[in-house]
Design a protein around this ligand. Structure first.
Ligand code: HEC
Length: 179
């Protein structure tokens, strides 16, 4: 029943006694199979995808963190949330969004410093009045400053030769946060 060689290894001749019981051999086989499978998964392990030298890993991270585009996707979201926060008089949330917008812009500029000149006016003149309106809990002041903020978005897009990113007052609310 057992192949000849197998019998020789498992049941060596002296005294006809098994030095390695078949059940034990089975365990050893399974264990080595598990170990070799484990090695295969290690090679393509999820969550351990950074490769190369430290410098190469940092470059990969930089690339994966992306440039200005993801900052702007976040900007678009926060801009809309800010608008509805003001409309719904959720002033603390409005202030929160203004602060995040400033951070998103700063971090975007850290990644793409050549865009800084185009963003100066937005950061210095367009954003602070919206924050002031939220702090004053003033709906009219909010809507006026929000429209100036929108103009600030579009001025920068024009300076950056992206006029087709035309920003307008939001029509829908992206998140379930509301009052
Ligand atoms: C530096 C000046 C600057 C300001 C200020 C600015 N943007 Fe942008 N925006 C850009 C640039 C540059 C891009 C294109 C990014 C790219 O190509 O990597 C962009 C792209 C976008 C996009 C498209 C993102 C995508 O990839 O889908 C949206 C949405 C956007 N901006 C919204 C806004 C809103 C809303 C504001 C104002 C609250 C604003 N932006 C203010 C420079 C700016």
């Amino acid at each position: 029943m057992w192949p000849a060689g197998f019998q020789f290894v498992v049941f060596p001749a002296p005294a006809g006694k098994a030095l390695l019981h078949p059940a034990l051999l089975w365990l050893v086989l399974m264990a080595s199979l598990t170990i070799s499978c484990g090695q295969q998964t290690d090679e393509g392990a999820q969550g351990e995808w950074l490769r190369g030298t430290q410098k190469e890993k940092l470059s990969t991270l930089e690339r994966q963190l992306r440039g200005f585009d993801v900052a702007m996707v976040e900007m678009g979201y926060r801009y809309q949330e800010l608008y509805w926060a003001g409309v719904e008089k959720n002033w603390d949330y409005a202030r929160y969004q203004v602060e995040k917008i400033a951070l998103v812009m700063e971090w975007g500029l850290e990644r793409r410093p050549r865009r800084r000149a185009s963003a100066e006016d937005f950061l210095r003149n367009a954003l602070p009045p919206v924050k002031a309106a939220a702090e004053a809990r003033d709906s009219i002041q909010f809507l006026v400053s929000f429209d100036s903020l929108t103009a600030g978005c579009n001025q920068c897009h024009a300076k950056e030769k992206l006029p087709y990113f035309a920003v307008r007052r939001p029509l829908t609310k992206p998140s379930p946060i509301g009052k």
